[in-house]
Design a protein around this ligand. Sequence first.
Ligand code: AFD
Ligand code: MN
Ligand code: MN
Length: 427
Amino acid sequence: MKIDKQQIQEFNSQFLSEHESNFQFLTTQLDKRGLNVDKVVQKIADFQIAIPSWALGTGGTRFGRFPGGGEPATLEQKIEDVGLLHALNRSGGAISLHIPWDIPEDANAIRQLAFENDLIFDAVNSNTFQDQADQLQSYKFGSLCHTDQKVRQHAIDHNKEVIRHGVDLGSKSLTVWLSDGSNFPGQQNFKKALSRTLDSLSEIYASMPDDWKMFVEYKPFEPNFYSTVIPDWGTSHLLASKLGERAFCLVDLGHHLPNTNIEQIVATLMMEGKLGGFHFNDSKYSDDDLTVGSIKPYQLFLIFNELVDGMEDPQLNNPIPAWMIDASHNVKDPLEDLIQSIEAIKLAYAQALLVDRSKLEEARDKNDPVLTQEIFQDAFRTDLRPLLAESRKRAGAALNPIAFYRIYKIREQLIEERGVHSVATGL
Ligand code: AFD
Ligand code: MN
Ligand code: MN
């Protein structure tokens, strides 16, 4: 199914007068603060967030999974779902594929389909955390870090194959997340495991086209519960530095121990020009993969404050990170959940754009923590949702995407087309 522009215009017309008065009220407030509202609205519109192919189906836990129906069962349907999302909010103009879950049979046809849906291909992801059917070399005790050279080579070759698929689709980056690690003290030689991982990654890095980037993800635990080979940003940074200038760290918000100061990690990595990728989600405990901004919206704002600071600092040389949502939806409709996540990301971004950076620096220089807090609170407590709605309106998207999704019964139509029992590939 497809959403046509006419439908969106019709829908928007019902909400237009309410929106105009909200936006007017906010514009007056922001004008007084000397903010260029049009510029902010444009920045919000330009901010595009990639959607991972594995987030379009219902997620689950190891205890169970409760699919809601109408899930995309093929790569074509996954592209169609991201296309729907993008038509609704004009903010998710890229899809990130996971190989071998999403191997394109005909890359040209898939490229064409993405083009018709106004989508590009974001980073491709390798999978060395599961054994595939008939796989001779098992990843039970690791992949790129494995003690057995044959297993390492198998994992290296898989990553090279992922790059080839990415090249065929026009991707420009590879994301590597490793589940490698150990479950028990003494099981693994830390130094050897890390240096084997570096050697394996070097071979993969060398096989990337010159205009490609590699993103190295880190995670402190799970599925291994005693140690992981790349547990933290420091280890990821060490690998990225040794690999070369096209290797970067990837921050996944859920991949930190509780209360970690993620905003400080972001600042440090950007200072070093090594923050390459970003996976958004939210968590109460660990890698909960919940809707972005649903648990700790203030932390998200603080993180965006550093991201904006890093992007606006002329002295820094960090590339614009590749933004992606990496969340799982166990009880919500995946598409509705993604709409909410995108909204939360853009809200935090807009709030961070509101921070008066010269005032902030002045207050910091004078060691005035009261004033710095006032500045943060001022930005965080301003309801900027009308700015987001305005940026959607200008981009030809729905003023209220969730309402559109429900009123036009998108899920019901997907269930009608695909059936109640269609199951997405992936986790
Ligand atoms: C993991 C990682 C990583 C990986 C994905 C697999 O965050 O991004 O590709 O989930 O589903 O938790
Ligand atoms: Mn991730
Ligand atoms: Mn994760």
